[in-house]
Design a protein around this ligand. Structure first.
Ligand code: CA
Length: 220
């Protein structure tokens, strides 16, 4: 899962980034509105945490442009502006949720999970396919009810595949879900983690779509 954090306050941004990393997001951090705009054009994200008061370009302008081109990325606005007029403006501009500073990091994480759930069209918080289930709140993965121990990267990859169940995910998309800006992807890294997941979850759990990427296999 990859998140774009847009925040110009260094201290606050540092804290939020750490919180998002703990929630297993690969985090790109844009510190002004122009950088946010470029990032949103260049990368696919699963969620965006957007401050409103930003240098160069206001957060609302960034959000309006995103929605104007039909992008449905879940966006949570985070701001010190707490008047109801600001909240209304944010929601009307296309935000999915709203948190006023100061806020609790646990609440932010829970709200992001809810946003992702709704974006995936799932009512239940647990992602499941066949005998395999993943609970984003507890980060617990089970197979046939028995716990499966996964590394952070394996978990991120599985979460991505379960969140895009009916889609073929390209290697580039899966890499994007694993690495943030400045993190060098090792070569063959996706293949290696897919191999690990197959060993732990069953050889047919993930199928290779030759020349295209990977997809979950028939639920068995
Ligand atoms: Ca700000």
């Amino acid at each position: 899962m990859r998140a774009l954090l847009v925040e110009d306050d260094a201290l606050l941004g540092d804290g939020i980034r750490a919180g998002l990393k703990l929630a297993d997001y690969a985090v790109d951090w844009a510190r002004d509105g122009d950088a946010a705009r470029r990032a949103l054009l260049d990368h696919a994200y699963d969620v965006c945490v957007l401050d409103l008061g930003l240098p160069r370009r206001d957060g609302l302008a960034v959000l309006k442009e995103l929605r104007a081109r039909g992008d449905r990325l879940p966006v949570l606005i985070l701001t010190a502006r707490d008047t109801s007029a600001d909240k209304v403006a944010g929601l009307d501009a296309g935000a999915d949720d709203y948190l006023t500073k100061p806020f609790d990091l646990n609440e932010l994480q829970a709200r992001l999970r809810a946003l992702q759930r709704r974006a995936g069209g799932a009512a239940s918080p647990t992602l499941a396919h066949g005998a395999v289930a993943l609970d984003p709140a507890t980060k617990r993965v089970t197979r046939g009810g028995a716990p499966v121990a996964l590394s952070a990267r394996e978990y991120a990859l599985l979460h991505d595949l379960l969140s895009h169940k009916s889609h073929i995910r390209t290697r580039a998309q899966l890499e994007e879900s694993l690495y943030a800006w400045g993190e060098e992807a090792e070569s063959n890294t996706v293949e290696v983690y897919i191999h690990h997941l197959r060993k732990k979850l069953g050889a047919d759990f993930i199928r290779t779509v030759r020349g295209l990427g990977y997809q979950l296999g028939e639920p068995g």
